[in-house]
Design a protein around this ligand. Structure first.
Ligand SMILES: [Zn+2]
Length: 473
């Protein structure tokens, strides 16, 4: 099957140029001016941009958490992602206590393989590092799972101590794997949470007030320093504030192989949102910070102190007692109402897998906050490079997978829960005006999204075997 996109403006991380793009057998076969149709299905992209499909390297689909689970699974999450121009993602396969990492991967394959529409891979989240699990880490690389994640927060649940973190860094580094870290000081946070709850300070804003920016800055510096001591690469997930950015920059300026991401929501929201009557909608960890931090994150993306924008997509219903309709059927699941009596019981997480590139286009690129090339770099190309998928994914090049988005810069929409496909009952960007939307989304040459039409099929997605020794960007 061949598809020819004519007359589009192609955008990569480095260049913007006029060309036709021919897809054949799931790959980008040719780029050039005036390519002959030669039996291909033809789409005219005059006046439109042609981008590589987005890659979201931080998602939690079907994740058990906080007495319920994330409301998007590997079908609904993939559908939503595709409508937002994202064609590939990496999810966290989370080890349960006592499990081997093999069992963890098998569990996540069971959740995903039959439902997947997009191409996807796994990081493994390690929560129980026995000697046997430590020895198992290098076997993941042979399997194509080349990144692990550890948590310095969530005391008594996911948190690991420095011994565990440092041993993992050493082991993963020697195997050519990348260690990812959730960097907040979980010990200090737990004391602040217990104190706030004991004092009756239980409104959603206390979620943020008990997880101060210093908790993130301290854990970020500690993780950076430990990575330096281990001589191992490090990727800090969901950086929310200027002080944490500074710690990553400090390491990079001294030649350490450390990188960082932020998530789309951290550019736009603050503690003020948690103070609204529906503040629970914004509860995620780390929390929303300040307007000054929003600005610091834009600077960090422009200045390459941070290299990726992801989502940490982990949606919950705002009111799980009221079913919503999903693809014509009622859907319900306990959600944020679990935390009505205390912020400490609100499931942590927000939707975003669909929102990311839509919001970054309209409220980033259109506002002059980042260039279109940088958008492609931090949402497509760098994620592919850092996580061992480049150049199969993440760019428009001959031989790459034909993961391609035709983006109409003139299309407009008032965004919100009714206009989005994430399986939840709210959207953080309710009522925001968008100008510039994906018009057609291809995965390996297959037209998944065609305007408002969804052509995706469960099981059509492919699990991705990723490469080790990926570059530091
Ligand atoms: Zn996360």
């Amino acid at each position: 099957m061949k598809t020819l996109i004519q007359n589009g403006t192609l955008v990569t991380a480095s260049d913007t140029f006029q060309a036709d793009l021919l897809m054949a057998d799931g790959k980008i076969a040719l780029l050039g001016r005036g390519l002959p149709a030669d039996g291909a299905q033809v789409f005219d992209a005059r006046g439109k941009f042609v981008l590589p499909g987005g890659i979201d390297v931080h998602t939690h689909l079907d994740l058990p958490f906080g007495g319920t689970k994330a409301s998007d699974d590997f079908y609904s999450g993939h559908k939503a992602a595709a409508f937002g121009g994202t064609t590939c993602h990496l999810d966290f396969a989370m080890q349960s206590k006592g499990e081997t990492l093999r069992q963890t991967l098998d569990n996540w394959h069971k959740k995903s393989d039959a439902k997947a529409v997009l191409d996807y891979g796994f990081h493994v989240g390690i929560t129980d590092l026995t000697p046997a699990v430590l020895a198992e880490i290098p076997t993941l690389a042979a399997e194509g799972v080349t990144s692990i994640k550890l948590f310095l927060a969530y005391k008594n649940v996911l948190q690991v101590d420095d011994t565990t973190f440092f041993k993992s860094l050493l082991q993963a580094g020697e195997a050519g794997m990348l260690t990812m870290v959730h960097a907040e000081n979980g010990d200090a946070i737990q004391i602040l949470v217990d104190k706030a709850v004991a004092e009756g300070r239980v409104a959603p804003e206390w979620h943020a007030l008990t997880r101060p920016a210093w908790a993130e800055a301290e854990a970020t510096m500690r993780a950076v320093a430990l990575a330096g001591m281990a001589g191992a690469p490090l990727y800090v997930v969901h950086v929310t504030n200027g002080m944490a950015v500074d710690q990553i920059a400090y390491g990079r300026e001294r030649g350490l192989n450390v990188m960082g991401e932020t998530c789309v929501q951290y550019f736009f929201f603050s503690l003020d949102n948690l103070r609204q009557p529906d503040g629970a909608k914004w509860v995620c960890s780390p929390p929303m910070r300040t307007a000054a931090d929003n600005a610091a994150l834009w600077d960090a993306i422009r200045g390459n102190q941070l290299q990726v924008i992801s989502t940490d997509h982990c949606p919950f219903l705002y009111d799980g007692t009221k079913p919503i309709m999903y693809e014509g059927r009622p859907f319900s699941l306990p959600g944020k109402e679990l935390g009505r009596s205390s912020f400490a019981k609100i499931p942590n997480g927000v939707p975003g897998i669909e929102d990311r590139m839509l919001i970054l286009w309209s409220h980033g690129v259109n506002q002059g906050r980042l260039s279109l090339n940088r958008l492609v770099e931090v949402c497509c190309t760098n994620p592919a490079k850092i996580f061992g998928l480049y150049p199969q994914k993440g760019t428009l090049a001959v031989g790459s997978d034909a993961d391609v988005v035709i983006w109409d810069p003139a299309a407009t929409r008032t965004y919100g829960v009714a206009a989005s496909h994430q399986r939840t009952d709210y959207n953080l960007y309710e009522g925001w005006e968008l100008r510039g939307l994906p018009e057609k989304v291809f995965l390996r040459g297959n037209l998944l999204v065609d305007g408002d039409t969804w052509n995706g099929e469960p099981g059509g997605g492919q699990w991705l075997r990723r490469g080790a020794h990926a570059p530091i960007v």
